[in-house]
Ligand binder design. Structure first.
Ligand SMILES: C[S@@+](CC[C@H](N)C(=O)[O-])C[C@H]1O[C@@H](n2cnc3c(N)ncnc32)[C@H](O)[C@@H]1O
Length: 306
C-alpha cells in the first residue's frame, strides 16, 4: 500500500510504517532542517509545500494517489508545553482532515497529543472525516505499552473508508503489553547508568529517573543538570548521594524514542533535539501500522500491501 506522510518531521512515523511493509512514497515537511534529516534516511521525495494551503496540498498529495495518508500535525497548541489555547497551529489538524477528505485514500492515521481528542479543532476534523465516509477508531496509546521504553501518551485516530466506528479498538486493546516497557527491558544490561536526569518544566516536578521505570516523555529540549538543582522528594535517587548522574545524550534520547542506532541525524544539536522531541516513537508507529495491517488482513484487503 502506498503511503504519504504529512508533517513528516525527521520521519519517526514513516519509519514505523516502512518497517511494517507499507510503501512510503512521499513526505511533506516545510521545516528545512527536519526535511534534510528525513532525506538523509529515506529515498522518496520530501516536499516543502505549506500544508496550511489546503488547495495546493490536495494537488501535491493527490499526485501520489496514496492508499494511506499518515501524519502528526503540530501539537504545540494542544500540548502541556504550549499555551493551552487553540491557536492557528491547531487548525493544521483541520487542514490534515480537509486534505484527507478531498484526496480520500482508503485509510488514514492521525497522531497527536492526548489533549487533541477533546479539542474544537479535532471536533471539526472529525466532521470532515465522517463526511468523507470514514469509519474511525480513536484511542489514546501509551508508547510504553506499545514496545517503547517511554511513557508518552498519544492520541491516534485511524480511519478506513466504509467501515463502522471503533473497527480496530479490540485489535489495539488486545495487543497492548500488560507491563510498561522500561529502558532496562528495551536495552538489556548494556546501559551505562542506572539513573539519569531529565530537566523538569519546573521544580515542582521530579527530574531523576531510574532505568527500571518507563522514561518520561522526551521533549524538544535537553538540558544538563543545573548547578544548585534543589532535588525533588519523588526523584528516583538523590543527586547529592550520586553526583555522577547526568542528562541523557542526544543519541540516548533518540534511542529512547526507539530510532535505530544507525539513523542519520543531520542538523545542529538544537534542531536535532527538537526533531527527536517531535517524533512519534518508531515502535509506537510500528504498533499502529501493524494494527492497521491486521485489520485490513481481516477484511481481505491485505493484498493491497506491497
Ligand atoms: C509533531 S511534528 C511531526 C513528527 C513526525 N510525525 C515524526 O514522527 O517524526 C510536526 C511537523 O510539522 C511540520 N509543519 C508545521 N507546520 C507545517 C506546515 N504548515 N506545512 C508543512 N509542515 C509543517 C513541523 O515543521 C514539524 O516538523
Amino acid at each position: 500500500m502506498n503511503v504519504v506522510d504529512l508533517f513528516a518531521g525527521c520521519g519517526g512515523l514513516s519509519l514505523g510504517f516502512a518497517r511494517q511493509g507499507f510503501n512510503v512514497v512521499g513526505a511533506f515537511e516545510f521545516w528545512e532542517p527536519a526535511a534534510d534529516c528525513y532525506r538523509a534516511n529515506f529515498d522518496h521525495p520530501v516536499s516543502d509545500v505549506d500544508l496550511s494551503n489546503v488547495a495546493l496540498a490536495v494537488e501535491a498529495v493527490g499526485a501520489f494517489s496514496p492508499d494511506v495518508i499518515i501524519g502528526g500535525p503540530p501539537c504545540q497548541d494542544f500540548s502541556q508545553a504550549g499555551k493551552r489555547v487553540e491557536a492557528e497551529r491547531a487548525n493544521l489538524t483541520q487542514c490534515f482532515a480537509e486534505i484527507v477528505a478531498v484526496v480520500r485514500p482508503r485509510c488514514f492515521v492521525m497522531e497527536n497529543v492526548e489533549r487533541c481528542r477533546s479539542s474544537r479543532a479535532f471536533a471539526a476534523a472529525r466532521r470532515f472525516f465522517k463526511g468523507a465516509g470514514y469509519g474511525l477508531t480513536e484511542i489514546v496509546l501509551d508508547a510504553s505499552r506499545c514496545g517503547a521504553p517511554q511513557k508518552r501518551k498519544r492520541f491516534v485516530c485511524l480511519g478506513v473508508q466504509g467501515v463502522a466506528d471503533g473497527f480496530a479498538a479490540e485489535i489495539f486493546e488486545s495487543r497492548l503489553s500488560k507491563k510498561p516497557t522500561t529502558p532496562r527491558d528495551y536495552f538489556g544490561e548494556s546501559l551505562p547508568f542506572e539513573y539519569y536526569y531529565r530537566h523538569p518544566r519546573n521544580y515542582n516536578r521530579r527530574a531523576v529517573f531510574s532505568v527500571d521505570e518507563p522514561a518520561p516523555t522526551m521533549r524538544g529540549v535537553n538540558r544538563p543538570v543545573p548547578k544548585g538543582y534543589p532535588g525533588h522528594p519523588n526523584d528516583a535517587c538523590s543527586l547529592a548521594e550520586r553526583p555522577g548522574i547526568r542528562a541523557l545524550t542526544t543519541a540516548e534520547r533518540a534511542q529512547i524514542q526507539t530510532f535505530p542506532a544507525d539513523f542519520r541525524w543531520v542538523g545542529t544539536k538544537t534542531d536535532v533535539e527538537q526533531m527527536i522531541g517531535n517524533a512519534v516513537p518508531v515502535k509506537l508507529a510500528e504498533f499502529v501500522a501493524e494494527t492497521l495491517k491486521i485489520f485490513l488482513g481481516k477484511t481481505c484487503v491485505y493484498d493491497y500491501l506491497v
